[in-house]
Design a protein around this ligand. Structure first.
Ligand SMILES: C[S@@+](CC[C@H](N)C(=O)[O-])C[C@H]1O[C@@H](n2cnc3c(N)ncnc32)[C@H](O)[C@@H]1O
Length: 435
């Protein structure tokens, strides 16, 4: 096989990233946007020792599960990987990814993986987007990068995104128009994020990088006159927030609670599915009102406050100082005064907390994609925490960590996948473990 060679192959499977898997001359070949059962003609783009990658040029015999992607940017935009696969089959694929991760990576057999909870309407669900700034001559353009590249593959002024909330699509278009008008202001800006708070409809524009502040003033004046944007914040190298307009945060409403979040604090991207995810956490928690609970990786305190409505005491742990400050405000605003928050890394704070006051009934973990550090996992068994709920956005690290906890004496009772990210390969899960 050679780079640039044209090959014809049968696709037999999908890998965890949603790419078609076939074989050519004995080598595994990944073909993005190809489906199992398809025969494709593709051009080799990468050759490694154990696998190759090829770009599809023609689908010679399409799968019956293939659908026409509604977005003209599909394939040239890195946002979606599964828009060509019928939604029912996307859900089936995701269940299989979770089952395979648990059995192959985690060596965990006989775990009950429930059928994934899909969306009734899997479109326009995203309340956040990070757009990149690129240049077309002296004019800035705004869009999403092509897969594995730093080239814009989807321009927001040309097409609306089918995953993004329509309010944010409209804001992105208005922004792109004004950016071209105030091109000077955008020299030095690398990205612009847009966020929307459900329930209140408040929106935030986050400018990343540096630029001409005098020009920004005029740009922001025109932006806020032309749109209903609530706040504009600047962050430099994604570290410190500087409020340029409005309050610097927006407030979302979810199932009777309100949550403030800011430019640098995490907030789940899909409101409909977040409500289902948190209801599952609450169901697994099955609180009576007497329990003491830890919510590790608590963000702005969302799960902590959901649980606090039914628990005696909740302690949240979070590394981001912005998020911890907002979590405390959120607790106070929701009248939940038996919740406290500790700023720090879970792998340091959790072992200390459990050693100091071991009497917690339940620990919730909701780490980023890298999963939980072993020091934190070990401390659960050491403190004999009876029940653990693990929320994960990465089946591979979930499998690794559940395997570790199994070896430490925990039994994985059930795993519920939730489709937080339709049309992409990303999968959210919530797992329930008992000692
Ligand atoms: C997936 S988010 C979950 C947030 C929250 N549970 C929610 O549902 O909105 C993970 C959070 O963990 C925080 N984080 C990342 N590394 C951490 C660490 N080592 N210790 C504590 N928190 C961490 C991030 O800042 C982020 O807020």
């Amino acid at each position: 096989m050679q780079l640039g060679q044209q090959i014809v192959l049968e696709i037999t499977d999908l890998n965890h990233a949603g790419e078609g898997v076939g074989r050519f001359s004995g080598l595994v070949v990944f073909v993005p946007f190809a489906l199992p059962g398809e025969r494709v003609r593709a051009r080799v783009t990468e050759i490694k020792k154990n696998y190759a990658r090829a770009r599809p040029e023609k689908i010679l015999s399409p799968s019956p599960d293939r659908v026409l992607p509604p977005c003209p940017s599909f394939g040239s935009c890195g946002g979606c990987q599964l828009l060509h696969l019928d939604y029912e089959h996307q859900l089936r694929f995701k269940n299989e990814v979770v089952e395979n991760a648990l059995s192959r990576l985690g060596k965990l057999k006989e775990i009950e993986v429930k059928p994934i909870w899909g969306m009734e309407n899997p479109w326009h669900y995203r309340n956040k987007v990070r757009l990149h700034v690129a240049w077309e001559g002296r004019k800035p353009i705004l869009g999403l990068y092509a897969p594995s590249s730093h080239v814009i593959g989807h321009r927001v002024d040309q097409n609306a995104c089918h995953l993004l909330d329509e309010q944010l699509n409209a804001l992105a278009r208005a922004l792109a128009r004004l950016m071209r008008k105030h091109a000077e202001a955008f020299v030095g800006l690398t990205a612009v994020s847009l966020r929307l708070a459900a329930g209140t409809g408040e929106t935030m524009v986050v400018l990343e990088g540096d630029g001409n502040h005098v020009e920004w003033k005029q740009f922001i004046k025109e932006l806020t006159a032309a749109t209903s944007v609530s706040t504009v914040v600047k962050v430099r190298a994604r570290r410190k927030e500087e409020v340029l307009y409005g309050k610097g945060y927006i407030t979302a409403l979810l199932d009777g609670l309100s949550f403030r979040f800011s430019a640098l604090s995490f907030y789940q991207v899909n409101y409909v599915q977040t409500s289902k995810l948190y209801s599952k956490v609450l169901e697994y928690a099955s609180l009576s009102g007497r329990e003491q609970v830890v919510d590790a990786y608590c963000g702005v305190g969302t799960i902590a406050l959901f649980l606090a409505r039914k628990a005696a005491r909740v302690v949240g742990i979070e590394i981001s100082p912005e998020a911890v400050a907002l979590a405390s405000v959120n607790a106070a605003q929701n009248g939940l005064n038996h919740v406290s928050f500790i700023k720090g890394a879970a792998e340091e704070v959790l072992p200390e907390l459990l050693e100091r006051e071991g009497a917690f009934d339940l620990v919730v973990l909701d780490p980023p994609r890298q999963g939980v550090k072993w020091a934190a996992l070990e401390s659960l068994a050491k403190a004999r925490i009876p029940r653990v709920i693990y929320v994960s956005c990465n089946p591979a690290t979930l499998a690794r960590d559940l395997s570790f906890l199994s070896a430490q004496g925990y039994r994985v009772e059930e795993v519920q996948p939730v489709d937080m990210f339709p049309h992409t390969f990303h999968i959210e899960c919530v797992a329930y473990l008992c000692r």
